[in-house]
Design a protein around this ligand. Structure first.
Ligand code: XMP
Length: 321
């Protein structure tokens, strides 16, 4: 019978048996799944776990701090932070094609993670890699629920042959809502446990046009306002995701005070969904939309127009790229 305490105890015991006195590595993405998986493994084997966080500079405001400070404070995990912002931004310079952006971010992530994994491996000889695979992912790839918690020397998305670890997947029998309960049970902050899904390529695919540091900062400022007001209105859990998209190559004429402005529009894209396969545009209350619009145009100089996307999926996707 399913209780979080049972699942935690069971997993902790299983992980201890599997790992023995070996060393384990885990990449944190900032998302719920990797955070809960890491926290569980840490509860089981403590200091035998090393976590890696690649800071690619494409996160939203406060997200890196949440991992580097709040997550570490809540768990006591040993964390290697890799500051790779310059590397990712140079690789993305001049690129506007969405699929190119995805490829570049994926490739740079693997490169960076590989280099860090090599370094940690040289220090403490790593045997295992933790992944936050959930039950729906297992079913999708034909694995089945009975499959063991551990897979041997599985090729992990592009790591070279001499860096193949056995996989530990402590969440592979669980659904998302169960993972969230587990996260709370192992002491993770609610802000982390109830975080909306966020794409791997980060804000790079929410800037329509070339990705630059300046544009990222503009988008981060607008996005933070939108998220803050959504939370203040108590609506986080009614919404699946709330992308804010910067139309960086579009200029919009506006007027502020005595002056004419020539800034950029942002698009608010709040959606409801069950699984991201289909989605509906969220009917946010007008007063919430108004606060977001007023604050963004007052507080973010480069933005002079706020629009709301009222397209369902299909035909529109959730993200704009
Ligand atoms: P779309 O835009 O296709 O998004 O409706 C469906 C879900 O997938 C997320 N998404 C991504 N996640 N890498 C990811 O890890 C990606 O390249 C990517 N593109 C979209 C999106 O945020 C939504 O949850």
């Amino acid at each position: 019978d399913w209780t979080t305490t049972n699942v935690v105890d069971e997993q902790v015991e299983l992980i201890r048996q599997q790992v023995g006195d070996k060393q384990v590595l885990c990449a944190l993405s900032g998302g719920v799944d990797s955070a809960v998986a890491a926290a569980l493994v840490h509860k089981a084997i403590g200091d035998q776990l090393t976590c890696v966080y690649v800071d690619h500079g494409l996160q939203r405001s406060g997200e890196s701090e949440q991992i580097e400070k709040d997550f570490v404070a809540a768990t006591g995990i040993r964390l290697e932070v890799v500051d790779a912002e310059d590397q990712f931004l140079s690789a993305l310079a001049g690129v506007t094609d969405p699929e190119q952006k995805r490829k570049i971010v994926g490739r740079e992530f693997i490169r960076t993670f590989e280099a860090t994994a090599r370094k940690v491996d040289a220090e403490r000889h790593i045997e295992f890699l933790v992944q936050g695979t959930l039950y729906p992912d297992v079913v999708e790839s034909g694995g089945g629920a009975g499959a063991a918690n551990i897979k041997s020397h599985h090729n992990v998305g592009g790591l070279p042959d001499d860096l193949q670890f056995s996989l530990i997947e402590p969440l592979r029998t669980l659904f998302k809502d169960e993972v969230r309960e587990l996260g709370l049970a192992v002491g993770l902050p609610e802000t982390m446990v109830y975080r909306h899904p966020f794409p791997g390529p980060g804000l790079s695919i929410r800037i329509i046009g070339e990705v630059t540091k300046e544009r990222l900062d503009i988008l981060r400022a607008a996005d933070l306002i939108a998220r803050t007001e959504l939370t203040a209105a108590g609506l986080d859990r009614d919404i699946w995701q709330f992308p804010v998209v910067l139309l960086a190559d579009v200029h919009s004429v506006g007027v502020q005070g005595d002056g004419r402005t020539y800034g950029h529009p942002v698009v608010l894209r709040p959606v409801t969904s069950e699984d991201a396969m289909t989605a509906d545009w969220a009917r946010l209350p007008y007063d919430v939309l108004e606060r977001i619009s007023t604050r963004i145009t007052n507080e973010v100089d480069e933005i002079n127009r706020v629009t709301v996307d009222i397209t369902s999926k299909p035909p529109g996707t959730i993200e704009w790229e």
